[in-house]
Design a protein around this ligand. Structure first.
Ligand SMILES: NC(=O)c1ccc[n+]([C@@H]2O[C@H](COP(=O)([O-])OP(=O)(O)OC[C@H]3O[C@@H](n4cnc5c(N)ncnc54)[C@H](OP(=O)(O)O)[C@@H]3O)[C@@H](O)[C@H]2O)c1
Length: 317
């Protein structure tokens, strides 16, 4: 198993983690029974870096993980998030990062997760009305109280990351990064390297698109959030599918799957990086996990570089 050290505070995780969001929301229906089976298998194979958030469900994803972790909490490196505020009815209440909200959110997550500590606690999105120093100050108090071990931020810019890191060491920046989303290469990856902060790449399979399994909007269930996403209009899919098809050709050439190429490409980046592909299926969990054993030749990396320098149709949100 490939383990990666993230940040300066001692966080060590399997390079291939498990994104749990889709088990509860956004990507179509799923069953709790099936999700628990996937989580069970994840523990068996060692895929124990689990990623959730209070807002997935909302709230039910943390409860799902609590069920699976019962009696074996110590086996899991548990990451959750606060900051995107939602109501029980699923309504959206904006981003929040004031110290009282941070403290209250952590208490609620701990209760739902059925644990006395969160391994990695992220701010999910920055609150534009609260200086990052105040939010991270409150997060640092949670570390002092033993409720949280490591701190993370999502989707912040380099300057915010540095300011946050001056208040308390930030172990991880989590941001979208994949073959079709490479914005972080412009500035962010240089910043995390300079500041000794680890990087967690989310949506590494392009929300499933890079696997080639989504070839038209009809491949998505009614209510699937991707139907609202600019990269999943019929026009965008028709253009972007060329990229997925090329990834598939390279995968066939090597004798692996396109998802494995997408994940192996991420793991080949010159940065301390883990990634958290999401799935509700055991065979895909195993497939994604096995990507850590896939090595891409210089020729294949060059081919992928040529491909992904093409323009992608549609914003990522
Ligand atoms: N910090 C943030 O703001 C943020 C934002 C988005 C996501 N995240 C985190 O990142 C995690 C992963 O991102 P994501 O779920 O958005 O996208 P992703 O991992 O890029 O893709 C997930 C999608 O790909 C499908 N899939 C998974 N493995 C596959 C394979 N081997 N072959 C074909 N299809 C496959 C899944 O379908 P099935 O489930 O049917 O297998 C699912 O629809 C989330 O679970 C969440 O924890 C964080």
């Amino acid at each position: 198993m490939k383990k990666i050290s993230l940040g300066t505070e001692g966080l060590k995780v399997p390079a291939i983690g498990l994104g749990c969001m889709g088990m509860s929301e956004f990507y179509g229906a799923s069953s709790e029974q099936q999700n628990l089976k996937v989580l069970e298998r994840a523990v068996e194979i060692g895929s124990t870096f689990w990623d959730t958030s209070d807002m997935y469900g909302p709230f039910t994803n943390e409860q799902l993980l609590a069920k699976s972790m019962k009696g074996r909490r110590d086996k899991i490196t548990l990451a959750t998030k606060f900051g995107v505020s939602r109501g029980e009815d699923g309504s959206w209440k904006g981003t929040k990062g004031d110290p009282e909200y941070v403290k209250a959110s952590a208490e609620e997550s701990l209760k739902r997760l059925g644990t006395d500590h969160i391994d990695l606690y992220y701010q999910h999105r920055m609150d534009p009305n609260i200086p990052i120093e105040e939010t991270v100050g409150a997060m640092a108090e949670l570390v002092k109280e033993g409720k949280v071990k490591y701190l993370g931020l999502c989707e912040v810019d380099a300057e915010t990351l540095e300011r946050a890191n001056n208040i308390h060491p930030i172990s991880v920046l989590q941001t979208e990064y994949s073959l079709w989303t490479r914005e972080v290469e412009a500035e962010i990856l240089t910043a995390v390297k300079r500041l000794n902060i680890g990087f967690v790449a989310y949506s590494p399979l392009g929300r499933g698109f890079l696997s080639g399994a989504i070839r038209s909007r009809s491949d998505l269930e009614p209510g699937d959030w991707r139907l609202e996403n600019p990269r999943f209009t019929e026009e965008a899919i028709a253009k972007n599918i060329e990229l997925a098809d090329h990834v598939n050709e390279i995968a066939r050439d090597i004798g692996v799957t396109p998802a494995q190429v997408a994940l192996a490409w991420l793991l080949s980046r010159d940065v301390d990086l883990a990634t958290i592909p999401g799935t509700r299926k055991i065979h895909r969990l195993e497939e994604n996990w096995a990507s850590q054993d896939v090595s891409l030749s210089k020729e294949h990396l060059d081919q992928l570089d040529d491909l992904i320098n093409q323009e992608i149709e549609g914003d990522r949100y």
